[in-house]
Design a protein around this ligand. Structure first.
Ligand SMILES: *[C@@H]1O[C@H](CO)[C@@H](O)[C@H](O)[C@H]1NC(C)=O
Ligand SMILES: *[C@@H]1O[C@H](CO)[C@@H](O)[C@H](O)[C@H]1NC(C)=O
Length: 398
């Protein structure tokens, strides 16, 4: 059964409008769907359908997330086996291991942030000099990788690394900054340092992506020659400890530290408008022509429509004042074409009543919000401020 909330009935300054003192409490009975005209009943059923659809989407998303978790766990398990083999590989070992060959070549498109291979090889660290020189040309690269040092997340160096570090001759470093998260997947050049030339080896560019939780994944490919190997910057171990509200920064690309992210400058959006006249019957969009507040200029007084300028949590309110005998008056808040909240009054005796409804919701940028007068009659004059519509952005979201 569809249950709709009761609109808040507010007895407004009744004296100004010739109230006879009849404030019968039977006015406060529940709004009953069965009493409503067909159109209103349909709207309510439609809304219920919409919320069911929403629940279904949420369930689907949860299922997808679970699926991805399973994939990642599986990958990690497989990588453990692979690493043991990889650590054994030596110079002059020309045979290419099919280490990363996969059964299925046409993989579904998944987020590399959850679908990567763990590369936890201490010899890749920028502070190691090993006797044996590794060459990443001997590895079969496939898909995305995340760098670790003894189980701790770290990232590629963004600076020239001295030769003979990272367990190889010419260490490969990222010739460009790591991307920000909103940049998604970016392509970066990779350089190998050799004989006083920081980019003596211009290796194949790779793709990089920043993930939620301050880590990066790299789509490594076979370097152009031997002995080149991708480096893991030991100085960036600290980055793995940065909190969600911090980012890892460095001026010299040697010393890294967690720094508090600059707070999002939240946009200020507030509006408050009134309709200085009377409304009767069906009025598709109430044109609140008297605008008292319009910070952020998101409310259009010509059309009566509010357009969300940013994504975030918004709160709206709308009110009216109705009268007359035995007539029902319904005002609906309409968001993106959906009738989401009603202000309902039903005055059965010669009296008037004020009604105020509020609604809070998450909106995407560009969402359209207005108030429709569906039936009945509403009263206001230029000074009374009884038919009003207003709202505020409470919290901006990225
Ligand atoms: C490299 O740095 C790590 C972490 O600071 C340290 O544990 C390790 O001993 C260092 N290795 C060398 C060869 O200095
Ligand atoms: C950053 O987030 C942590 C929790 O992850 C919290 O304890 C801390 O107060 C936050 N700092 C700021 C400045 O918001």
């Amino acid at each position: 059964m569809v249950v709709l909330a009761v609109a808040v009935f507010v007895m407004l300054s009744s004296c100004a409008f010739g109230c006879s003192g009849n404030t019968n409490s039977s006015e406060l009975k529940l709004w009953n769907i069965d009493d409503q005209p067909l159109a209103v009943q349909l709207a309510a059923v439609y809304k219920e359908l919409e919320s069911l659809r929403c629940e279904q989407t949420t369930a689907q998303q949860q299922q997808n997330a679970l699926h991805q978790m399973l994939i990642t766990t599986h990958e990690k398990k497989r990588t453990k086996e692979v690493e043991t083999t990889l650590l054994d590989y030596r110079i002059n070992h020309e045979e290419e291991h099919n280490l990363w060959s996969s059964e299925e070549d046409s993989k579904p498109l998944v987020d590399p942030c959850y679908h990567y291979t763990v590369l936890d090889q201490a010899w890749r660290a920028t502070n190691t000099t090993t006797k044996y020189k590794m060459c990443d040309r001997h590895a079969k690269w496939k898909g995305w990788y995340r760098l670790f040092y003894n189980g701790k997340s770290l990232q590629m160096p963004e600076r020239c690394v001295p030769v003979n570090k990272c367990g190889t001759h010419a260490p490969l470093w990222l010739a460009g900054p790591h991307p920000k998260r909103r940049q998604g997947v970016v392509t970066r050049r990779v350089c190998g340092h050799w004989k006083k030339n920081c980019c003596a080896f211009k290796s194949t560019p790779i793709k990089v992506k920043k993930c939620r939780g301050n880590y990066f994944v790299y789509q490594f490919t076979k370097p152009t020659s031997c002995y080149l190997a991708y480096c893991a910057d030991i100085n960036t171990l600290v980055c793995g400890r940065c909190r969600r509200n911090q980012s890892c920064v460095s001026r010299d690309k040697i010393n890294w530290r967690c720094k508090r992210k600059r707070r999002l400058l939240s946009r200020k959006i507030h509006f408050f408008a009134s309709y200085p006249g009377q409304l009767s019957g069906k009025v598709n969009k109430i044109r609140y022509s008297k605008v008292l507040v319009n910070v952020g200029r998101a409310f259009n007084k010509r059309t009566g429509v509010f357009k969300a300028p940013v994504k975030g949590v918004y709160q709206f309110f709308f009110s009216t004042h109705t009268g007359r005998n035995g007539r029902k008056t319904d005002l609906w808040l309409v968001i993106n074409g959906y009738w989401v909240a009603v202000s309902h009054t039903h005055v059965s005796s010669p009296s008037t009543v004020g009604s105020l409804s509020t609604y809070m919701t998450f909106l995407r940028r560009g969402a359209l919000v207005f108030v429709t007068h569906n039936c009945g009659s509403s009263w206001a004059n230029a000074a009374s401020m009884t038919i009003t519509f207003g709202g505020s952005l409470l919290a901006q979201r990225k």
